[in-house]
Design a protein around this ligand. Structure first.
Ligand code: 6R9
Length: 660
């Protein structure tokens, strides 16, 4: 983040204390901070026992002797799906709505806890009948439809491990995730609705499985998938591989209805979720059961002030991201919440679609990303003002820093000028929210995520690992293990240590820059590594660069994240064409070809906003590309210090080329 935008953040100095009436009925109390400060492990043990049902109680809270791999509640046993489903039915809440599902074309399904439990039991039997069991991995490549939730819970119920792959990823990305986790089964749909039409998914799975892959000796490495289970949703035509492909509804219909939820150890793997890192290869972040479910349930209840008997919660994330895992599926269901699940895009068929859904279901707790708020600001408040949003009680923000203008707009327009905003900082790796205000307690500050969640220890450190004083900036670190922390990178323990634990030892290095103000509140300042944040999605510069150089016309490329008014950052690529191809296509044609190529290789979310064809990239004498200078150009600023460049004229040529 530039110095300019930091100044901007600090220009908004209004503060918003909780109203007395809100505070009086709030779920969270300041006693949470006190008890966590007195006995952190005792605090988490108590939360876990209160919020979850353990089939076998635990005797040890944390085992950090194998650092950096933590064990939480290790000798306890539970079933995650039972905690999200059966126990609510047993408690007499079977008729409560679990999911109000809204399809993009306007079709709906209302699913109660009793129905969801029955569906997950049947799906669990269906998976077992296909030979999936304890420790097997299942790739899930589905739109935001109820079957995505059912599939995740059924996998969890039988002790298998899900790897949900966002439906926008390409065949190549899907295949590399299938291979990395050795998935035995893929669950997909024929297609899902997006932007007013059916976007096919099954053909992408077919494409992924048809790709030829080779090991370092040149031998073909076959995929590990035995079956593809296909949900019928888009009703688009699909090709069929007999013996491999199966319709979900057919298998489901013949599966047995009763299924007993077996207890698994607290550290039993629950899921792998791939996220971008600083190298081209995505990291398979591993999460386990008891600690993860404890912290997602705790944060969901206290940070959103959840009153499960009356609230309607809506987290707009796709289940393919961590926010979808923790706050569409596991947190809300563990807490017996009524939630909204929406399949489509925010502006289809009209720009007020999300507001219409808030009104229709009486959404009281709403959780979305700054990029969405900024696109609503762009279309103007009259779109929101057409709907009754008076049901809203708490607003959440996640995915990137929220600029104070968007914060104030969110509160005024969506929150009726009074709803508290919780700006929640966390990551795929942290599993659950780590830094946030607590509504009813914290006086909020637009632009700051503010304070660590009770039971979480966060510090801002300098490069040497020394805590910076209030007012200073540095690197965000989590200094004590936490229940929902990642337990590793799938198949790569070395990369796990290197990425998060080589900088500060047993203190976790988050990869975000941060600042503590005079009150001790934390302000997040963006990534300090080569990870970009586009519309709240993490993208790696290295991954996009490697997609670009895989194209035959490209010799070299450098990718930067440039500030963008709506998406936070946007991908801007600088490309040098191969000499033999340079004459073949005009720069404009090459640029179009390469934007499409990146979208096809990784997924549409990675498509560069701009591909700029240049003669040469700015490099230091040791050959390092100076992305900082390219970022200046991409953001339309005067180019900074070029004295360390091997050839100082390169930047003036690039700048001249762009202005000319
Ligand atoms: C949950 C999620 C994680 C990265 C993280 C940071 C950025 C997330 C933020 C935020 C400022 C917030 N980030 N929430 N930055 N304020 N409230 O987004 O996970 O996709 O893994 O991204 O997103 O840079 O390091 P993930």
């Amino acid at each position: 983040m530039s110095a300019d935008s930091i100044d901007n953040l600090l220009r908004e100095d209004r503060r918003f204390p909780p109203s007395e009436s809100f505070a009086a009925a709030a779920v969270a109390t300041s006693a949470l901070y006190e008890s966590a400060a007195t006995d952190r492990l005792g605090f988490w043990a108590e939360q876990s026992r209160n919020l979850l049902t353990w089939q076998k109680d635990f005797t040890q809270v944390l085992d950090w002797s194998g650092a950096p791999v933590a064990k939480w509640f290790a000798d306890g046993e539970l079933n995650v799906a039972y905690n999200c489903l059966d126990r609510h039915v047993e408690a007499g809440l079977g008729d409560r709505v679990a999911i109000h599902w809204e399809g993009e074309p306007g079709d709906t399904r209302t699913i109660t806890y009793a129905q969801l439990t029955a569906d997950v039991k049947r799906a669990a039997n269906m998976l077992e009948a296909l030979g999936v069991g304890d420790g097997d991995t299942v790739a899930i490549y589905l739109p935001n439809v109820p079957e995505a939730v059912i599939a995740m819970l059924a996998v969890a119920r039988i002790g298998a491990i899900h790897s949900v792959v966002f439906g926008g990823f390409s065949a190549e990305s899907l295949r590399s995730r299938i291979d990395d986790a050795s998935a035995k089964l893929v669950i997909t749909a024929d297609g899902g609705w997006r932007k007013g039409k059916v976007s096919p998914l099954k053909p992408i799975v077919d494409g992924a499985l048809a790709l030829q892959k080779f090991d370092e000796h040149g031998n073909e490495t076959p995929h590990t998938v035995e079956h593809v289970l296909v949900v019928r949703r888009g009703e688009n035509d699909v090709d069929w591989t007999d013996g491999r492909d199966l319709w979900w509804h057919e298998q489901f219909a013949t599966a047995a209805s009763e299924h007993e939820a077996r207890a698994f150890e607290a550290e039993h793997p629950l899921f792998i979720l791939y996220t971008s890192g600083t190298t081209g290869k995505p990291k398979g972040i591993l999460h386990t059961s008891g600690g993860y479910l404890t912290q997602v349930a705790f944060t969901h209840r206290n940070i959103f002030d959840l009153h499960p008997e009356s609230d309607v919660f809506w987290c707009t994330a796709d289940v393919g991201w961590i926010t979808g895992h923790s706050y569409v599926v596991y947190g809300p269901l563990a807490n017996g919440t009524t939630s909204v699940l929406y399949e489509g895009t925010p502006d289809t068929p009209h720009p007020g679609r999300w507001f219409e859904i808030i009104e229709k279901y009486g959404v009281s707790l709403f959780y979305t990303a700054p990029t969405a708020i900024r696109s609503f600001m762009k279309v103007g408040r009259q779109v929101a003002d057409d709907f009754d949003l008076s049901s809203i009680r708490v607003l959440g923000s996640v995915g990137e820093p929220i600029n104070p203008e968007a914060w104030i707009w969110y509160r005024d327009v969506v929150g009726g000028g009074s709803a508290p905003i919780v700006d929640t900082w966390w990551q795929t790796e942290t599993g659950a929210i780590m830094i946030s205000a607590l509504p009813g307690i914290t006086t909020t500050k637009p632009g700051s995520a503010q304070v660590p969640v009770p039971g979480i220890s966060v510090e801002v450190l300098d490069e040497q690992g020394v805590t910076v004083l209030p007012g200073g900036g540095g690197l965000l670190s989590i200094t004590e293990p936490w229940p929902s922390m990642l337990r590793g990178i799938w198949g790569d323990p070395e990369r796990f240590r290197e990425t998060y634990w080589s900088k500060f030892g047993t203190k976790y290095f988050a990869g975000d820059g941060a600042r503590r103000d005079g009150d001790g509140d934390i302000w997040l300042l963006g990534r300090v590594d080569d990870v970009m944040n586009v519309s709240g999605h993490r993208l790696s510069t290295a991954e996009i660069e490697s997609a670009l150089v895989s194209h035959p016309i490209v010799a070299e490329s450098a990718v930067v994240g440039a500030a963008d008014e709506t998406t936070g950052q946007a991908v801007v690529a600088f490309v040098v064409l191969r000499a033999e191809h340079a004459g073949g296509q005009s720069a404009d044609e090459a640029s179009v070809t390469l934007r499409t190529h990146v979208a096809q290789s990784i997924g549409a979310i990675a498509r560069p906003r701009q591909v700029i064809i240049v003669e040469e990239l700015p490099k230091t004498r040791s050959g390092k590309i100076m992305r900082r200078l390219l970022q200046d150009v991409a953001e339309g600023r005067a180019v900074g210090d070029t004295t360390t460049l091997a050839d100082t004229s390169v930047m003036s040529i690039i700048s001249a080329q762009l202005s000319g």
